[in-house]
Design a protein around this ligand. Structure first.
Ligand code: F0G
Length: 356
């Protein structure tokens, strides 16, 4: 057996990678596609979960970042910059430091999960908290990249989308065809766009018989693609997708139309309910933004849009350990109370309802 070599080496022939490209990799990609019997049972569909939290920095961003940083280094960049709700900053900092270059990361002040903040700092990212939204951060990052010698690695950089399309390749390899539906969380809509592109390429080279319907979900308080206009003060507990003006707006609409797709909005309460279902019935721990794929499926299945037996893939984008606090709340919003016992086997047996 051999070690997975990261997406640039595994898919070199399907990406813009040449002998001149330095391969900056932490072994990203090759993530598990997990059959989710509990979700199949709930919906009547054949449901699989692509667990992108299993990437090196704990999110799908690593697929795009290996490509973006490798190309940046190929072109001589010494510094990269990004705006981020947390995961991009963690990934950019890790890949940049691996390459021996600097990453500056702009995040909305006080609005990113602790695990992601810790990652960016641990990997020597030049972290700057901006007193504004993610959208403000992205405006500044674009300004800087246009006027100063820094290389932008947000998903407006086409290399990011190219790297991220490899998730669709992996899914097709496992299922031996494309699914009928693909569900994905949406912030900037870069990943939605990337999956559509990957599936389209698979169809065109004859590896699949269909294009999946691309179903993307935004939080209700942060749903510009559903509303049809930008949201000035986006609000949701799903901090990763608290984005009011998606960078890949036009590309995403094209992908939706090409795939007979859909954009939906989900309330925070339904996101947290889906988070509980995925953790407690399937055994997969994700951050809240990722659970919106599950919430979206449950909502669309209830609406009668998912025919029985349909093959469905849900992308869950980030690991639960990045933002673990949500597991410690019950459905009614109260804190989970740990059970405390004295040092006594009988007391533990009694709590567990065991009798000798
Ligand atoms: N899920 C997670 C966990 C994310 O971190 C993001 C985006 C998305 C979904 C949405 O992906 O933007 O391609 O539609 N996070 C970015 C960041 C914005 O800065 O980490 P998208």
């Amino acid at each position: 057996s051999r070690q997975w070599r990261g997406v640039l080496r595994e898919y070199a022939h399907r990406l813009d990678v040449t002998d001149a490209t330095p391969i900056i990799t932490l072994g990203e990609g090759g993530t598990p596609l997990i059959p989710a019997a509990a979700l199949s049972h709930r919906t009547g569909a054949d449901v699989w979960v692509k667990f992108e939290g299993m990437n090196p920095t704990g999110s799908f961003k690593d697929r795009g970042m290996t490509m973006a940083i490798s190309k940046a280094v190929e072109h001589g960049a010494k510094a990269v910059i990004c705006a981020s709700t947390g995961n991009t900053s963690a990934s950019a900092a890790a890949y940049a430091t691996h390459a021996g270059i600097t990453a500056a990361v702009l995040v909305p002040e006080g609005k990113i999960a602790m695990g992601k903040l810790s990652q960016a700092i641990a990997h020597k990212g030049e972290l700057i908290q901006v007193q504004g939204t993610f959208d403000d951060c992205l405006d500044i990052a674009r300004d800087l990249a246009a006027n100063y010698p820094v290389h932008l690695v947000n998903s407006v950089n086409p290399d990011r989308i190219e790297g991220q399309k490899t998730a669709a390749f992996e899914i097709v390899e496992v299922l031996q065809d494309a699914p009928d539906f693909h569900f994905v969380p949406v912030g900037n809509a870069g990943n939605y766009t990337a999956h559509h592109r990957g599936y389209r390429e698979e169809l065109e080279r004859g590896a699949t018989t269909r294009l999946p319907r691309m179903f993307g979900f935004q939080a209700a308080g942060s749903a510009p693609l559903v509303l049809g206009h930008p949201v000035k003060a986006p609000d949701t507990i799903a901090s990763a997708i608290r984005i009011g003006n998606p960078a890949s707006w036009e590309l995403a609409l094209t992908a939706r139309d090409d795939s007979d797709g859909y954009f939906g909005a989900i309330e925070d309460s339904a996101i947290l309910e889906a988070h509980r279902i995925l953790s407690s019935e399937v055994g997969i721990f994700v951050e809240p933004a990722s659970a919106i794929s599950v919430a979206g499926l449950l909502e669309r299945a209830d609406a009668g849009v998912i025919p029985a037996g349909s093959r469905v893939v849900l992308t869950v984008t980030g690991h639960g350990l990045k933002d673990p606090q949500w597991a410690l709340r019950t459905a009614d919003g109260s804190d989970v109370e740990p059970t405390i016992v004295p040092v006594d086997t009988a007391a533990v047996a009694s709590v567990l309802g065991l009798s000798a």
